[in-house]
Design a protein around this ligand. Structure first.
Ligand code: NAD
Length: 329
């Protein structure tokens, strides 16, 4: 980092926080981002860099210390005793290598990862009592989310009843497929309404509806990838996904258990190439330590789990036409 005084760092950090708070509010609360993600990420990373160089300037309410946006709306609130966190991210293979080295050092030996696609949607928690869906909620600020149970009843791939009387919680991503997104924006344009900037915002705007009938009309889908309290015998992330699939959850079939960086880099290259041809949006690849006991041991920082990381795709210039709507990926 170029030479900078404490005073200059304080001023720059304050101005970055004001700007990032405004962008985050538009993105999380209004589902209408004002800038592209990479613009947000650049400012966010600059703030992180300043706070790392001058730890004394970190404020408890800094955007680097909290998850998501404000939730001062009319939804009933749901507490998450086990917080729904954000995820650390990297933007190059070199940084991914550093992450792997850090993990190996913390754990004391090489680790295997479950490598998954990073679905471009919003986190959703599903709680079951005796096999019945009793509550669905958003991540919100990580500790308190919004109750969207009535809306979840209208998402076709969410099991309303499990084949076994389990009392359990799973989490995953609620998303809108590319076709449904294109159709929705087409209809909105015809009706003279504003269009959604991307499927992630369309999904968030469609799930977070006080009138669940609106959600019903939008075609939302889910990929479930986290079992909050897996039963005995489930000791790895890949096993958890297999078992959740057997229970009827919609899981993503592309995840792979991989042990070496070369394999992981091949996976990244494969899905960077396939990204446009998928029927849903992805914005990166997630590496999760596969062993759930190691995950438990490593725990979380105030904002992110230590045992997982997202590799974010670089922004692409290329534009593809999906049903007459320009799709920038
Ligand atoms: P994030 O979206 O970068 O990553 C964390 C989330 O990834 C998790 O909460 C989960 O919902 C999701 N996810 C998708 N697939 C997953 C998988 N297979 N396993 C686990 N989790 C998976 O983090 P965030 O804190 O929600 O948001 C920060 C990001 O949002 C920024 O990096 C930025 O790109 C974007 N953002 C953009 C703006 C803007 O104005 N454009 C504003 C705020 C945030």
């Amino acid at each position: 980092m170029a030479e900078i005084t404490l005073d200059e760092a304080k001023k720059e950090a304050a101005s970055l926080r004001t700007q990032l708070n405004e962008w985050a509010d538009a993105y999380y609360s209004k589902d209408a981002p004002e800038v592209e993600d990479n613009v947000y990420d650049q400012s966010y990373n600059r703030l992180l860099e300043l706070e790392k160089e001058f730890p004394e300037i970190v404020t408890p309410d800094s955007i680097t210390q909290r998850v998501g946006g404000q939730i001062d709306n009319d939804f009933t609130k749901v507490e998450h005793p086990i917080p729904m966190l954000s995820m650390g991210d990297v933007f190059s293979k070199e940084e991914l290598k550093e992450f792997d080295q850090r993990m190996q050092k913390l754990v004391g030996h090489p680790v295997e990862y479950n490598v998954e696609l990073k679905i471009d949607g919003l986190s959703l928690s599903l709680e079951y009592e005796n096999g019945k869906l009793v509550r669905a909620s958003t991540r919100g600020n990580g500790y308190v989310g919004e109750d969207v149970t009535a809306n979840a009843h209208y998402i076709a791939d969410i099991p309303q009843t499990l084949p076994e009387p389990l009392t359990t919680e799973v989490r995953g991503e609620c998303y809108m497929g590319k076709e449904a997104f294109a159709k929705l924006n087409e209809e909105r344009e015809e009706q003279g309404l504003s269009v959604f900037a991307n499927p992630r915002n369309a999904a968030a705007g469609s799930l977070r509806q006080l009138d669940p009938k609106v959600t019903k009309k939008r075609q939302l889908s889910t990929f479930i990838y986290t079992w909050v309290n897996p039963p005995e015998g489930i000791t790895s992330q890949h096993q958890a996904i297999e078992r959740m699939h057997e229970l009827g959850f919609h899981t993503n079939e592309t995840g792979r258990k991989l042990a070496t960086l070369d394999e992981i880099f091949d996976f990244i290259d494969e899905y960077t190439a396939k990204r446009n041809s998928l029927t849903y949006g992805i914005d990166g690849i997630v590496l999760k330590i596969d062993d759930l006991n190691i995950e438990q041991e490593l725990g979380n920082t105030v904002k992110v789990p230590r045992w997982e990381i997202a590799y974010k795709f670089p922004p692409e210039e290329q534009e593809t036409i999906v049903r007459d709507i320009v799709w920038t990926v």
